[in-house]
Write a protein that binds this ligand. Sequence first.
Ligand code: ATP
Length: 356
Amino acid sequence: MARIELRNLAHSYGRNGTYALKPLDLTWEDGGAYALLGPSGCGKTTMLNVISGLLRPSQGQVVIDGRDATGLEPRARNIAQVFQFPVIYDTMTVFDNLAFPLRNRGVAESEVGTRVNEIADMLDLGQDLRRRASGLTADAKQKISLGRGLVRTDVAAVLFDEPLTVINPHMKFLLRRKLKQVHERLGITFIYVTHDQNEALTFADQVVVMHDGSVVQQGSPRDLFERPAHTFVGYFIGSPGMNLLPCRLDGDTALVEGSRIQLAPGVGARAAQRSGPVRLGVRPEFLRLARNGEPSIGAEIAAVEDLGNYSVVTVKLDGHVLRIKVPEGETVEGTTCQVVFPPEHTKIYVDERLVE
Ligand code: ATP
């Protein structure tokens, strides 16, 4: 078990002074189920490789349980890593593949047997233990890879780098659930890298969102949904993502062209202390179509998409496009509507950062 701290850490591969990881401080608490989420190229693999020791950072420290581990070889860190594609020995049996990391460290054969059986049970590989790995499907091979990452009892953390890429969609769902159960049972720190928000939000208790070499938010799935700290989190998470509109502020009122939208008390004063472009952000789930004359803003209806248990209504507000999620059963008719912006869910971003 371990607490992993990254202190003033950064990494550049040495091309034109660009940083794959910009200076950051980040703590992974002992026993946490984390997802590291972000689009391709944002620096996720670089961060994993720095933690596991495959890559030495150009700056800063990796501290594991209070000890500076920056210069330690991967083997000395007791961190297991599971890669995107299966890393197994085709000619060996499933049992021997799972046993390999233990035998490699001189674990007694009786203990090897117990542990391999335990992990094989958790991953439903028990019936395949005597088979050669070469005859197995890609799914089963990746399960063996997962098992090899989980089999040691002395690991501080297990890092998963997009481990379900090769798995078929139905199996993906089952394996993700399985990994969550295994995490609950083993209580080891898991860091699960993915670019898929569904994977991140269903697996993790804490999600670390990366964008362009920086961590833009660390929080629970609920935090990311209700209080995106950065506009990137707003539009990357959610389907559709957060509506973001350029605006000006007048006290606690946002002016989107000619429309006046009420904000939560104090937001205007806090925003005024910062500089940069100002945007209003509100999730499609929090906007409502007005009933009974409540305070609202007039908009034109551009499209209604029926998606089964909800509809997405696209409206135009002074030339800006907004999406609203409307629950099943609520009819949307005509060419215009009135939109309610609940002040507690109508956020202001200055220079892309949330005004708390
Ligand atoms: P993906 O999901 O596509 O793997 P990622 O979020 O894991 O992306 P990284 O692989 O960490 O991102 O890459 C971050 C940046 O560093 C990218 O611009 C990438 O091109 C660059 N990069 C990664 N590995 C190397 C390398 N060995 N040499 C030079 N540049 C690299």
